[in-house]
Design a protein around this ligand. Structure first.
Ligand SMILES: [Zn+2]
Length: 228
């Protein structure tokens, strides 16, 4: 099974699938090339669509997929109005967010600490609307929870000053950030209803986690595509 979660959403221009992978695949740039290629092959076969990756740089740049993949763009969100193109947001503790418009446009967002701080979700929503999107909904994928994501107090204060909902405390009583709460607050502020998928990456061994596994951690992915 390629996806641990897969839901189909009827839209005016076909059907959109929202899906998430787990630890059974490693789609990360640090995976052995054969492992990553096998994972992408599984995603392509399961979706019947062409996978599009991005080189995620913890910013708020959004790339529009308007044709076959060429170079992998430096971006933290992908959006498209096309069918048959599968957009991937990869993560291991950061928040993968999938966006679906009732009119059929889709987006995949990598919202890490810097992405939340710099508003990558809002940037992706803005570009989706430029493409003509109406009535956008979101699926918020597995990520590290606020009880696990310890950060220095100054960093927590800096991010919480911009996105108050991120302010959190670990289960052991130290400063933390709740990136999922931050993303949900940003979606709510934009009037976008959101569904939560999956648990905490650090606590659930079935998911990839950088905080748990360190530099050797793999990457899961949120995947979204439209079928005509
Ligand atoms: Zn947790």
């Amino acid at each position: 099974m390629t996806f641990f979660f897969h839901e189909t959403v009827p839209v005016t221009t076909g059907t959109v699938s929202v899906a998430f992978t787990d630890r059974r695949l490693d789609l990360g740039d640090l995976a052995e090339p054969a492992v990553r290629e096998a994972g992408l092959g599984e995603v392509a076969a399961a979706s019947g669509a062409t996978p599009h990756l991005m080189h995620q740089v913890h910013g708020a740049h959004v790339h529009v997929v308007d044709g076959p993949a060429s170079a992998v763009p430096d971006a933290d969100a992908l959006v498209t109005a096309l069918s048959g193109e599968a957009l991937l947001a990869r993560a291991a503790d950061c928040v993968p967010v999938l966006l679906v418009a009732a009119s059929g446009e889709v987006g995949a967002v990598h919202a890490g600490r810097e992405g939340v701080r710099h508003g990558v979700v809002a940037a992706a929503l803005a570009l989706l609307h430029e493409l003509g999107a109406t009535d956008v909904r979101a699926w918020v994928g597995p990520h590290i929870c606020g009880r696990c994501y310890e950060v220095p107090a100054q960093l927590r204060d800096e991010v919480a000053a911009v996105v108050p909902a991120t302010r959190a405390t670990t289960s052991w009583g130290t400063p933390a950030l709740d990136l999922g709460a931050g993303v949900r607050a940003q979606l709510a502020a934009a009037g976008v209803p959101a569904v939560d998928v999956g648990g905490c990456t650090r606590e659930d061994e079935a998911l990839h986690s950088y905080r748990r596994d360190g530099a050797a951690a793999g990457r899961l992915a949120g995947v979204v595509w439209r079928t005509p």
